[in-house]
Design a protein around this ligand. Structure first.
Ligand SMILES: [Zn+2]
Length: 257
């Protein structure tokens, strides 16, 4: 596992180039440089909006207009954001036949905007609204304008098609994510400590099925000492941009050290 030397990014590049068949698991850390605030932490959404009041299905059903104060901010921020070099680097790795799927906990749609084709959205996305009464769906841009509370044709208030606390993960996304984890050769964890269930199971499932786990995070996480094989310390943009360039430079042949 240490044959690539002591430079973790080169070791990660070698593993990806040799094994291919990689799957990425991404979280808020990959979108921070696109201006999307994370949920946790001092600057996070939950410091401003108490999640028990603003982010549960129960809260939405009880007071949808109040919850839309927070949702409006999320729709605005996501709508104005552009993919950063991390999203583009992952898309480049998919183009090279190295990454075969991205499992994301983000709802911002930036992987698709960055060029990734196979994206499994664990927590839904902000680009679609759904009526929790009649299940009709609408593109967000067709029904929502800043400051408005979008309504369904049936008269009820629409909810973004994201997973609020108290809602299950979409079953298809969960099935697909588990299948990807069980069958990948390398799992690359990016910008997440994967603490939230059930996303936290993905690295363990991959590892137990024989995958190598590469982690790209600025700080060690609970994964680092338990399942991670190679920890590349750094921001997602810087590391993925460099990884894509390192691998492209050497094609599918052996990396030079
Ligand atoms: Zn409806």
């Amino acid at each position: 596992m240490r044959a690539g030397g002591n430079d973790p990014i080169r070791e990660a590049a070698r593993l990806l180039a040799d094994r291919r068949n990689a799957v990425a698991l991404t979280g808020a850390g990959i979108s921070v440089e696109s201006g999307i605030p994370s949920f946790r932490g001092a600057q996070g959404m939950w410091a401003k909006y108490d999640p028990t009041e603003y982010a549960t299905l129960h809260a939405f059903m009880q007071s949808p207009r109040k919850v839309w104060e927070m949702l409006s901010e999320m729709v605005s921020v996501c709508g104005g954001a552009a993919p950063n070099p991390a999203h583009k680097g992952l898309a480049a790795l998919e183009e090279m036949g190295i990454v075969r799927a991205v499992i994301t906990q983000n709802v911002d749609g930036l992987h698709q905007a960055g060029g990734s084709r196979r994206v499994i959205e664990y927590h839904g996305n902000m680009e679609e609204l759904i009526c929790v009464y009649c299940w009709k769906r609408y593109p967000t841009r067709e029904r929502w304008t800043p400051g408005s509370v979008p309504l369904c044709d049936c008269g009820e208030i629409l909810k973004p098609n994201v997973v609020l606390f108290g809602e299950p993960i979409p079953w298809l996304a969960q099935e697909q994510a588990e299948e990807e984890a069980r069958t990948c050769g390398v799992l690359v964890v990016i910008g997440t400590s994967a603490q939230v269930s059930p996303a936290c199971d993905i690295p363990r499932v991959a590892k137990e099925a024989g995958a190598v786990v590469v982690e790209i995070n600025p700080e060690p996480t609970s994964l680092t000492a338990s399942v991670t094989d190679v920890h590349v310390t750094g921001g997602a943009s810087e590391v993925l941009d460099r990884l894509a360039k390192l691998i492209r430079k050497t094609g599918s042949g052996p990396l030079e050290y």
